[in-house]
Design a binder for this molecule. Structure first.
Ligand SMILES: [Zn+2]
Length: 697
């Protein structure tokens, strides 16, 4: 028996060794540009590849830790930067496919991998000997004569440890770990409460008269909701797909109010999913953690890695926008009220009336809808337009390469070359929804760019969207929003493709979070430029160019109630900052505190006993704590940056060159404000955004 077991074991070892030697993820790719051989990789290859890659990573890290030589920038910081390349190689197709071409098997592997990966990453971040070497280099930083990029790498590496408590005493480390654990439990519970409370609510309507005003597809959805629940009639709920259009279209004011109140009192009326106490606990736990790490407030800690740098600058932006937009927002409110009065409203508009009357007024003013624009935006035309924009601005050429393997026949791969014909990047495009693809749109890389000595490893980038697919009788026609989405993700991809950096962790889109949307959002500005649209936006049936008055209508309708929306975003920004700038534990009244924080931004009446904080998942269970302002920050940046193109010409080569050299090529190698000022000649102001929004001071 024993003998047999040994033989079996040996077979297993030699089998797995052979399996590793032939695992396509673990051997060099022999494909064009060493792209991923999707056709050769089988789902079962991932798990053993992950295990092997983590093992390799540990060996590489150990070699740094056990290096008998004194720590230097090269033998520690650069060496650490270079570790884990196999793990990146294995992770990148895996996590990309998990979003764009997933299945049950991949999901099962992801569940198995996820705890192993976090344990693996923690073991490196908590490696005290490794940190001692990093710190020793960091402490000599002023004597090392490093380039700005090297300084950034050193700072990032060091902070990657210290932001996770590496500098704490042993006793404080224990406290830190406990607090981090508490925080992750609290944020998880908070998020689940929001979800469960949202899902708990439903309202059955059996009298169709109560649903007047709703479009047919919404009615159908509500009827199918009821049917699924085994009921007759129409079932309302608080999910965005029902709540948002219901408030927009339902003629019945009582029902609008009912739904609004149900939504705005979620997780605050007692009961098992109440989040009021969680709000206090999360804010206080974050404060404790950051106090332990030596910061006064959570915002102080969070903002060190942001273009905004500190809370003063964040508040400065919020305050400036508030002052600028409030008078216009009040005028917008008055206009909608006037319209409502004329149409039989005998009351002061409440939050549950706002979207209803706004929508009707907007429709009356612009009568613009998706169907009117779609014929001008056939996907194949839009593709030519978008790629062509990169050709005009940056001299890029896109050549379809059928030899590159793709993960789905719908996906296309392009060789991207520069004006001299040099190879720059591979770009994959994936446009349509499928089972197994998550909703939304995103850019990601399959391979980042970095320099290996003198060898420039060029990147492999993917953009993934969910645009309506063509039918037998109609090509794929995009809505205007989809055109902007395409430009947006394509902008991220330019950031990824044009990058010229030394270190992978700083290249491409690896920049501060409030800077990352500049390259993407700036591209959306071209969407309403006639000169750009004329190049491709022609009616797919008649070939007629998109009419100028239609473009103007798009612009005007985009600015409809723009100041109101701005104030709404500001209100969330202020609320976020209020919770994350506390310097003492908060034990007061959550609802009152929230009111104080938001009151200056309010245009609509504030409804008593409603609250945002118990359901503000972005900041209490998502990644936006002390970061909500960045939505507005990025808008200010993209408008300010685009104003240079507006001034010099939207295809001006010199302006494009400067944007490319100072922003797109630089990744995160220097502080974003330094990069931005090199392009712009000054710090950004809100003026261009005001102008774009038609808001006058
Ligand atoms: Zn984006």
């Amino acid at each position: 028996m024993k003998h047999l077991k040994l033989i079996l074991l040996m077979t297993a070892i030699s089998l797995s060794a052979t399996a590793l030697a032939t695992n396509p993820l673990l051997i060099p790719y022999k494909t064009p540009h060493q792209t991923i051989p999707f056709n050769e990789i089988k789902t079962e290859d991932y798990f053993p590849a992950f295990q092997e890659a983590m093992k390799q990573h540990n060996i590489e890290v150990d070699a740094i830790v056990n290096n008998p030589q004194a720590p230097t920038f090269e033998n520690t910081i650069v060496a650490l930067e270079k570790t884990g390349s196999l793990l990146i190689k294995v992770s990148s197709p895996f996590y990309n496919l998990l979003s764009s071409e997933t299945n049950d098997e991949l999901q099962t592997i992801a569940e198995k991998i996820s705890p192993l990966m976090s344990e693996h990453n923690n073991s490196i971040k908590l490696n005290e000997k490794l940190f001692a070497r990093v710190k020793s280099v960091y402490l000599q930083k002023d004597k090392l004569k490093l380039t700005p990029e090297q300084q950034m790498l050193l700072k990032d590496t060091y902070e990657g440890f210290t932001k996770n408590g590496a500098n704490l005493s042993d006793a404080d480390k224990v406290i830190y770990r406990q607090l981090s654990k508490d925080l992750s439990m609290l944020t998880l519970q908070y998020g689940q409460n929001v979800l469960k409370e949202t899902n708990k609510y439903s309202l059955l309507i059996t009298n169709k008269d109560l649903l007047k005003g709703l479009p047919k597809d919404l009615l159908d959805m509500l009827a199918s909701n009821a049917k699924k629940a085994g009921k007759e009639g129409w079932l309302l709920n608080l999910k965005a797909t029902c709540y948002v259009p219901f408030l927009k279209y339902a003629d019945n004011r009582d029902l609008r109010r009912e739904l609004y109140m149900a939504n705005s009192t979620k997780c605050m009326m007692g009961g098992e999913f109440d989040n009021i106490e969680n709000v206090r606990k999360i804010a206080n736990t974050r404060l404790k953690i950051t106090n332990l790490l030596g910061y006064k407030s959570y915002a102080d800690y969070e903002l060190i890695d942001r273009m905004a740098e500190n809370k003063t600058k964040v508040y400065d932006l919020l305050d400036k926008l508030l002052t600028a937009y409030k008078p216009t927002a009040e005028k917008e409110y008055a206009d909608v009220q006037e319209y409502a009065d004329k149409n039989g409203a005998y009351f002061k508009l409440q939050p549950w009336d706002w979207s209803y009357y706004s929508e009707k007024l907007k429709d009356e003013k612009y009568s613009l809808n998706d169907e009117m624009l779609k014929p001008y935006f056939e996907l194949e035309h839009v593709k030519k337009g978008v790629f062509g924009l990169a050709t005009r601005l940056y001299g890029l050429k896109f050549t379809k390469n059928n030899k590159i393997q793709v993960y789905n026949p719908e996906v296309e791969a392009f060789d991207v070359t520069d004006e001299k014909g040099n190879f720059l990047a591979v770009l994959y495009t994936d446009f349509h929804p499928r089972d197994g693809k998550r909703a939304g749109a995103w850019m990601n890389d399959f391979k980042a760019q970095w320099m290996d000595g003198k060898v420039d490893n060029r990147p492999q980038i993917t953009i993934v969207m969910n645009f309506t697919r063509p039918t037998d009788t109609k090509p794929a026609l995009l809505t205007f929003d989809e055109v902007k989405t395409f430009l947006h993700e394509f902008g991220h991809s330019l950031h990824g493709m044009l990058t010229k950096c030394t270190y992978q962790s700083l290249s491409g889109t690896n920049v501060y979070r409030d800077f990352v949307e500049l390259p993407s959002q700036i591209m959306e500005n071209w969407a309403t430029e006639k000169e750009f649209l004329d190049g491709f936006a022609v009616n797919y049936k008649t070939g007629e160019k998109i009419p100028a008055d239609l473009i103007q209508k798009i612009k005007d309708s985009e600015n409809f109630n723009i100041a109101y929306f701005c104030l709404r975003q500001l209100s969330f920004g202020y609320l976020d900052m209020a919770w994350h700038t506390i310097e003492k534990p908060f034990d007061g009244d959550v609802i009152n505190y929230e009111k104080q924080a938001m009151t200056s931004t309010m245009v609509l009446p504030m409804v008593p006993n409603t609250s945002m904080s118990p359901t503000f998942s972005h900041i209490f269970s998502g990644g936006y704590a002390a970061g909500y302002y960045s939505y507005k920050w990025a808008e200010v940046l993209d408008a300010d940056a685009f104003s240079v193109f507006e001034k010099n010409g939207i295809f001006d080569k010199k302006t494009a060159d400067s944007f490319r050299k100072n922003i797109l090529e630089k990744g995160g190698t220097e502080h974003p404000m330094i990069l931005y000022k090199r392009f712009r000649g000054q710090e950004p102001t809100i003026d261009a955004l005001l102008k774009r929004n038609g808001v006058k001071l």
